[in-house]
Design a protein around this ligand. Structure first.
Ligand code: HEC
Length: 467
């Protein structure tokens, strides 16, 4: 065949793609980490594009990957996994800032902060991992584009088990999450597909949120489809003061202030509060932010199966239903302003507050969207020092700090006032944080960030950050 006929353009493209794939595979070396060795040491030795295979065994470390194209891949043999154990002492299991990185088949447990987190990475893949709490976020892609989170099991998070923060073009598919405050959350993100997940026994099943005081001021185009969302009735044990502390148990799916959110084809059952709630940001968070619109617009509640939801609403949800004088068993509840919503099958559902929802046109479906990932890898341009400061702020600090409200750490306005123009002192603090406030947790050290990056982020916060 080869060479016998002139190639068509697409055959040529295919062949070129194959050759470059083969070439990149031939170029990438495989490094093996055995039980008792350090994964981080292998990452240090690895070149961009290398694959690191981790043998079954116990690894007590934080792995920080700042190189592109690394594939960190666990080997599971005879039921034995490579286990990363933070022993409730270390903050993070795997931290990724390189692009095109894969993290797969690791059992990550007992990290205080994050199990697996990406910080500003694009084109990542997080697959087939088990992430066990207690931790804050089990899987947390933050501020990146084009990612896949698939076939993971995540449980025991004190916030969201899978948390997609300020990200674009991410598929969260075929995961299982449970025993967490929120099963899956998409926060201030765009073009997110949450599909075929089993989300059960959390406080809140799936939430899409538009939160204030973060640098990204919108949240748009999210599809929640074909998930099983069941029994999300766990007692809320989030620490008082946390945003999630106000979330009433029993919410199957919560659409909080996000736009163009589609809820389609889910099995939503036995959530004791309400099946689907569409509400404005203020339902959970009241920090003022006049640069964002807190009202959800253009929600589509298409065909879903609702079974036995709403039998025992609690907290603010119960109060709301009591005021409205509603019997229990609400499938879909909408509060607040918001425009251009629609709902299908209205007559088959028990709804409250959906008077301003139109009937969705017959046949409306999101089926044409098979994936939200981009067709080609996102190309990141190299950053200047100033841009690195901003990026680090977005990718790292906003996980815990907002501009003017308490998140995990104190608001940045307070920090700006405390440090004035002293960039060096701020850069030093984040490498070696000391306990200052009795009513806050300890800030984990960010000493994996090189000195110039710490200075750049300090400069950004003290000189530029303004909302
Ligand atoms: C995992 C959560 C977390 C992350 C990520 C985080 N912080 Fe913090 N930060 C905290 C907490 C909690 C405190 C409060 C600690 C205390 O007062 O004891 C804090 C306090 C601070 C303070 C106050 C120090 C003082 O003198 O009062 C500064 C400055 C600070 N953080 C900067 C940063 C910067 C810059 C980043 C990003 C590079 C960052 N933090 C990332 C949680 C975090």
């Amino acid at each position: 065949m080869r060479g016998s006929k002139p190639m068509t353009a697409s055959a040529l493209a295919l062949a070129t793609a194959w050759i470059s794939l083969a070439a990149s595979q031939a170029l990438g070396a495989t490094l093996t980490v055995k039980a008792g060795e350090s994964i981080q040491a292998a990452v240090k030795r690895a070149l961009p594009g290398d694959r690191i295979e981790v043998e079954p065994g116990l690894y007590k470390e934080t792995v920080f990957i700042d190189k592109d194209g690394i594939e960190l891949s666990g080997i599971v043999r005879g039921g034995q996994w490579p286990v990363l154990d933070g022993e409730n002492k270390l903050n993070d299991g795997v931290l990724v800032s390189g692009h095109g990185v894969t993290i797969e088949r690791l059992w990550v447990k007992r990290y205080k902060g994050n199990g697996i987190m990406t910080q500003g990475s694009n084109n990542y893949r997080i697959a087939y991992n088990v992430v066990e709490g207690p931790c804050f976020y089990a899987i947390f892609p933050q501020f990146g584009k084009n990612g896949l989170v698939t076939h993971n099991v995540a449980f025991g998070s004190e916030d969201a088990a899978i948390y997609v923060g300020m990200s674009d073009n991410v598929d969260v598919v075929h995961n299982q999450t449970y025993a967490s405050i929120i099963g899956i959350e998409s926060e201030n993100s765009h073009d997110i597909l949450i599909e075929n997940n089993y989300v059960h026994d959390n406080v809140v099943g799936i939430a899409t949120t538009m939160l204030p005081a973060l640098p990204v001021k919108s949240s748009d185009r999210i599809i929640i489809r074909n998930n099983i969302v069941a029994r999300n009735n766990m007692k809320n044990t989030a620490p008082p003061g946390a945003i999630t502390a106000g979330a009433p148990p029993g919410l199957g799916i919560l659409v909080l202030g996000t736009d163009h959110t589609t809820v389609e084809g889910n099995l939503i059952r036995d959530n004791d509060g309400v099946g689907v709630m569409v509400s404005e940001t203020n339902f959970l968070v009241t920090t003022p932010d006049d640069r964002m619109d807190p009202f959800p617009d253009s929600t589509q509640v298409l065909r879903n199966v609702f079974l036995n939801n709403g039998s025992n609403p609690q907290g603010t949800l119960r109060d709301l239903l009591d005021i409205a004088g509603v019997e229990r068993g609400v499938d879909v509840l909408a509060t607040g302003k918001g425009r251009d919503h629609c709902i299908a099958d209205r007559l088959a559902l028990t709804t409250l507050g959906t008077r301003n929802f139109a009937d969705c046109a017959p046949g409306t479906t999101s089926a044409a969207v098979a994936s939200m990932q981009t067709a080609k890898p996102v190309v990141a341009t190299p950053f200047t020092a100033d841009q690195k400061g901003r990026l680090t702020y977005l990718a790292v600090c906003t996980g815990c700090h907002t501009y003017n409200s308490k998140l995990v750490g104190p608001p940045m306005v307070v920090i700006k006032a405390l440090y004035g123009k002293d960039e060096q002192r701020l850069a030093d603090y984040i490498a070696k944080p000391v306990r200052k406030r009795p009513d806050y947790p300890e800030m984990p050290s960010q000493d994996y960030l090189p000195e110039d990056i710490r200075l750049a982020v300090a400069r950004y916060i003290l000189s530029e950050l303004s909302h």
